[in-house]
Design a protein around this ligand. Structure first.
Ligand code: AMP
Length: 411
């Protein structure tokens, strides 16, 4: 009998939250899932579910910092016999948002890796510091255990320079590391491969447009398993209309707001990242609420929806041109998986590009990947639920669990 440890703990550390999942990689099953939120406040909340017993425990009370949060998580896992001290634990996989150009693959974390993630803070000021804190805390708890960083940007490092570069002086771009990095990479990687599987093909055989439509949203063009373009750029602000982010706009809007509107850079940053998108347009960023308002005849909500869809359509069209031949368009994340009206509107009128949605199939709800295009359609349209935690665990385990592993084509 083999005693190779098979469990992977996945940690996604945000600025005031930690999401976690413990998986058994023998069958990719989840053993426990949970979330600590409002870290640093009096009303921090820990919600933990043990999938084996079905028990869910919730606690509200002050959790001062990430160190205390991870200790509380370790304690909860321990109560279920799944503690961090278990010899079954093979590794901890960390979501790291920005890996720059340096990290093209999941990487076992050492001091040099930590230093590089730290060097990237100027291009990811909100995310990388929280990711680093999560890693350091986990290292302190289990210094002997391999810790792996899985980068949101890694899947996009295959983009050609023509897609990754902005049309600015390359000396300035290089000095300040300005280029299009892209984000949501683990989701785009997972969904593009799952879409190939749904079509009964290998990732190498298909060209897929992935539409990750959550509160943050991004599109990618994936050619034979490699990302060739994506809608987010230097930061997650570029591209599609999102829950609270504007996505694309004329950069001169910023000069105008500074010079004429006399707004500070911080105010403009907050405006475009936190008070724009669907929320800025109509005061709601939840697609369910927007659809409800539209059903009641609310014109502001309808215009917000139309702007959202118009941008989405432009990216679908653009990526049809980038790819030349498209085999599938895959909708994923909170909006993409659940909002049938968004899927219907996004491909309406694109029959000329071979795209159509069957209303009956589009209305079916479910957790499994499924086709929603009519039988015999030239381009498959699919709903493919994303699973970033499983992707992080798979990539982590591929790196440490088997001792050797090509990364990025392992599921
Ligand atoms: P995510 O960032 O992937 O968790 O997606 C969150 C977003 O998904 C929410 O802000 C909602 O806009 C959207 N969403 C979740 N469930 C539904 C649903 N049943 N119908 C429409 N939109 C939904």
């Amino acid at each position: 009998m083999s005693h190779r440890p098979t469990r992977v703990l996945v940690l996604n550390s945000g600025s005031s939250s930690v999401k976690y999942q413990l998986l058994d990689m023998r069958d990719s099953s989840r053993l426990a899932v949970g979330l600590v939120e409002r870290i640093g406040e009096q009303t921090s909340r820990l919600k933990h579910t043990c999938l084996g017993s079905g028990d869910t425990r919730e606690a509200v009370g002050p959790i001062a910092d990430h160190d205390a949060a991870l200790k509380a998580v370790a304690e909860e896992l321990g109560r279920d016999g799944l503690g961090l001290d278990s010899p079954e634990l093979a590794a901890i996989g960390h979501r790291v948002v920005h890996g720059g150009m340096f990290f093209t693959e999941p990487t076992v974390i050492d001091d040099a890796v930590l230093a590089e993630i730290e060097r990237l803070i100027p291009v990811a000021p909100l995310h990388n510091p929280a990711n680093l804190t999560g890693i350091r805390t986990a290292q302190a708890l289990r210094p002997d255990l391999p810790q792996v960083a899985v980068f949101d940007t890694a899947f996009h490092t295959t983009m050609p320079e023509s897609a990754a570069r902005y049309a600015i002086d390359p000396r300035i771009a290089d000095r300040y590391r300005i280029r299009r990095y892209g984000f949501h990479g683990t989701s785009h990687a997972y969904v593009s491969r799952a879409t190939a599987r749904l079509l009964g093909k290998t990732p190498e055989e298909v060209n897929v447009i992935v539409l990750h439509l959550g509160n943050g949203a991004s599109a990618s063009a994936v050619q034979g398993g490699r990302c060739v373009d994506t809608s987010m750029g230097l930061t997650p602000l570029e591209g599609l209309v999102m829950g609270t982010r504007s996505g694309d706009l004329d950069p001169a809007v910023i000069f105008h707001l500074a010079r004429v509107g006399e707004m500070s850079m911080d105010e403009i940053d907050t405006l475009l990242n936190k008070r724009s998108g669907l929320f800025g347009l109509c005061g709601d960023n939840d697609m369910r609420e927007i659809r409800r308002r539209i059903d009641e005849g609310d014109e502001e909500a309808e215009l917000a929806f139309d702007i959202y869809i118009h941008r989405l359509k432009k990216y679908i069209g653009a990526y049809c041109a980038v790819l030349g031949r498209v085999d599938a368009v895959a909708f994923t994340a909170g909006v993409g998986e659940n909002a049938a009206p968004v899927r219907e509107a996004a491909v309406a009128g694109l029959e000329g590009l071979g795209l159509a949605v069957d209303p009956g199939l589009n209305a079916v709800r479910g957790d499994e990947p499924r086709l929603i295009s009519p039988a015999g359609a030239r381009v498959a349209v699919a709903v493919v639920p994303t699973d970033e935690e499983l992707e992080i665990a798979t990539q982590t385990y591929a790196l440490v669990g088997t001792g050797s592993a090509p990364v990025g084509n392992n599921s």
